[in-house]
Design a protein around this ligand. Structure first.
Ligand code: SAM
Length: 257
């Protein structure tokens, strides 16, 4: 998702800069402020869904139909989501699965719950801000449980969590459905590299920010991460393109050969 900047009134500006100051204090890890600051600073992420849930539900439905056909009538394995934040995209998949008995996916989500990392502004032409999309893991977990979603959440920076220990701990096998919604190039690259051994056969990959801020058109962001991955792993090929659920997204079906 992309945060937009708009002209602010003096009152809005005071809140904006006050929020940024609190954010800076929070990120400097002042322990006494942490729980309060987390609750205040993550509030914005919960104010609205970060993905359009009905449209993404339809996209997941189309992806599942394609996967079922491509995988001989049944889809099993893991749904890997990189960037869980407030859980809206997991809710969209859960909605898409309602009434289906031909798909059984374990929901596995990866997120720092700290928002974008400190080096976010140093990449992708500086369109991202450190700390954007901070959320509260407990609140997200409660929200998911409220929708009947039993997800495994792997908490931490991808550079610390996306490794073989995590694969083993999760008992991770095929992942026919993957969502990359961690916005920045470096996180998308880490997520995709982690996925390679789990892309076994027809797989759908959803990119939420492919076109955000014209990044794909500049060869940056998620598009850059995907281009590099397919150059390093030519056995993974694009075989299907799904309609986007918003102007920034790109959804592809891939196969291995
Ligand atoms: C736009 S939000 C995801 C929105 C989510 N899919 C939803 O529907 O609410 C992006 C998320 O990626 C996470 N993220 C980005 N880079 C990360 C990294 N390097 N390690 C861990 N989490 C990261 C952020 O913490 C943030 O929660």
């Amino acid at each position: 998702m992309v945060e937009t900047t708009a002209r602010r009134s003096p009152k809005q500006a005071a809140f904006w800069y006050g929020g940024k100051a609190l954010h800076a204090i929070y990120r400097s890890k002042v322990p006494a402020l942490s729980p309060w600051a987390r609750s205040k600073l993550s509030g914005r992420s919960y104010a609205r869904d970060l993905v359009p849930v009905p449209e993404l539900t339809d996209t997941f439905g189309a992806a599942l139909d394609w996967l079922v056909a491509a995988r001989s009538g049944r889809v099993e394995g893991a749904y890997l989501e990189f960037g869980v934040c407030t859980g809206s995209s997991m809710i969209a998949l859960h909605d898409a699965l309602a009434g289906r008995d031909d798909v059984a996916l374990d929901f596995i989500g990866f997120d720092s719950f700290e928002g974008l990392p400190d080096d976010a502004p140093e990449q992708d032409d500086g369109v991202w801000k450190a700390g954007s999309f901070m959320s509260d893991r407990d609140r997200t977990e409660r929200r998911l449980q409220g929708h009947g979603i039993d997800a495994s959440l792997v908490v931490g920076w991808f550079s610390d969590t996306l490794n073989d220990d995590t694969r083993s701990a999760l008992g991770l096998g095929p992942a026919p459905l993957i969502m990359v919604d961690c916005d920045i190039y470096s996180a998308a690259a880490e997520a995709l590299a982690f996925c390679v051994p789990h892309i076994t056969g027809p797989t759908v990959i959803v990119f939420d920010d492919w076109h955000s801020c014209g990044l794909a058109e500049k060869g940056l962001g998620e598009a850059k991460a995907w281009r590099e991955l397919t150059e390093q792993h030519p056995s993974i090929v694009e075989v299907e393109e799904f309609p986007p659920y918003n102007p920034n997204s790109r959804i592809i079906g891939v196969a291995t050969r």
